[in-house]
Design a protein around this ligand. Sequence first.
Ligand code: SAM
Length: 252
Amino acid sequence: MRFDIITILPCLFDSVFSGGILKRAIEKGLIQVQIHNLRNYTEDKHKQVDDRPFGGGQGMVMKAEPIFNAVEHIQEKKGSPVYLLSPQGKKFDSGKAKKWSEYEQIILVCGRYEGVDERVIRYLITDEISIGDYILSGGEYASLVIVDAVSRFIPGVVGKEESVQQDSFSKNLFDFPQYTRPRDFRGMKVPSVLFSGDHQKIGQWRREESLKKTWIRRPDLMDKDLSEEDKAILGKIKSEKKGKNHESDESC
Ligand code: SAM
């Protein structure tokens, strides 16, 4: 799996791949990350990557020509996807990360300034991709989010495969609460079930906590095809919550 990142600021990537899971993935040959300086694909002596917008207005716009040149040079197969990072794009999520982990090559084009010439969007890229409803100063930050999230789905990148399966979003449920030593921190105690040694009980508690957290925070994520057991747990959680609301109504 190879990520090709096209940017006008290659220095921003200097240290991000020099530690952690991504460093190990690169060393093991599970992923390759190539950073391409867009200026190397310009055709004028000033290596100009941006220009003023036609029609006037604020800021600068990234020129189409170097981006077309870069993608045409880097793309190994016609079908390899080319994504432009953009706040106007389709929202990136865990489903996309998993699907994209099956590609051999992904090209990520990082925008800057006011964005890129519309002809790049219409005639070159596969899709525009956003990492959230806010404005970043450049696509570089978004591209790193994507490289990290996609890489986690590549077998061998995360030491224990089960941790990826267990992560929030993998099964449309948030991960359960985690605790580590000490058992008692300033009077805040770890739930006793976790010391019971009863793995069935622990598993059930974790499942309940995952269902509860997801139902309270993000009911839209919840799988419509819940098992009968999960439906029963959820019914119990809902009635407990109703009871609590009722109690507080009375105390008001
Ligand atoms: N004027 C643009 C607009 O309103 O859509 C915003 C340009 S922004 C300052 C510069 C670049 O940062 C964009 O071209 C894009 O590559 C990147 N960017 C900003 N926000 C992003 C987001 N939420 N997701 C992905 N990329 C983003």
